[in-house]
Design a protein around this ligand. Structure first.
Ligand SMILES: [Zn+2]
Length: 255
């Protein structure tokens, strides 16, 4: 008998494998990212009755290979499929982006319980109808911190003083900002308002329960969104594919 691994897990991605199988990537509570083959899933959807759709939370049971090779999905029991977020295009696209980011940021068999909890909080929040873009910004800010790249929003990189004036200049590679006093004239890249800096500091320091009470103007949300996107892309050294759909969404809304 193969060894069986059981854990609550989220489906974060899936791809076809050969004629009839699918290879599914999960984020599990017990082992972090794990992958498993869904035998026959491409031929018959009945075998896994929608359990392998993106973002589904399930009780996963994986049969581990005795020597080398891939895990096989033994059984699945759906815990929550977040039905409401599936009916809103914006929520679906945002959730796809966050699952792609989790996939890009994590290694297999490297569990982070806080990341599992963050993902559960995020999908629940979208499903409960909270503002998709704002909730996604919260998620991305905390994910970056869990990945070990939390920027310093508290003090200037050079003079170590708290931010003053209207704006600071954010330095992506240094993970911090330069205050208006220290900044050389003419520097215009990643000019960030103090309001945005404060909001991001507030989000980064948590706790999750208080987030939905945080009010942000549209300008602050857009500036924070753009900075977080730049930080993720900079550290990952790529632009996650889901941003194409996210950008398309913005155009739709802007019409
Ligand atoms: Zn300074």
């Amino acid at each position: 008998m193969p060894e069986i691994f059981k854990s609550p897990a989220f489906v974060i991605s899936g791809q076809d494998l050969g004629e009839s199988d699918r290879l599914i990537t999960f984020y599990s509570m017990a082992r972090g990212k794990v992958r498993g083959i869904a035998k026959g899933a491409k031929r018959s959807r009945r075998r896994f009755v929608n359990a392998l759709e993106p973002f589904t939370m399930l009780n996963l049971s994986l049969a581990l290979p005795r020597t080398t090779g891939l895990n096989r999905i033994d059984s699945t029991e759906i815990l929550d499929n977040f039905p409401l977020l599936r009916h809103k295009v914006e929520c679906y696209i945002m959730a796809s982006l966050c699952c792609e980011l989790v996939n890009l940021w994590t290694k297999e068999n490297d569990p982070q319980e806080d990341l599992f909890k963050l993902l559960r909080w995020y999908l629940n929040s979208l499903n409960d109808g909270f503002h998709p873009r704002k909730t996604t910004l919260f998620f991305k800010t905390l994910l970056l911190a869990l990945a070990g790249y939390a920027p310093d929003f508290d003090q200037c990189l050079l003079c170590k003083k708290p931010p003053m004036g209207d704006h600071v200049i954010f330095k992506l590679h240094a993970g911090g900002f330069i205050c208006s006093e220290c900044r050389k004239s003419g520097e215009k890249t990643h000019k960030i308002s103090l309001g945005t800096l404060k909001s991001l500091r507030h989000i980064q320091n948590g706790p999750l329960d208080n987030f939905h009470r945080l009010t942000m103007t549209d300008a602050v949300l857009e500036e924070a969104w753009s900075l977080m996107k730049s930080l993720h892309c900079h550290h990952l050294e790529r632009v996650p594919a889901s941003y194409v759909a996210v950008n398309g969404l913005k155009l739709e809304i802007g019409k």
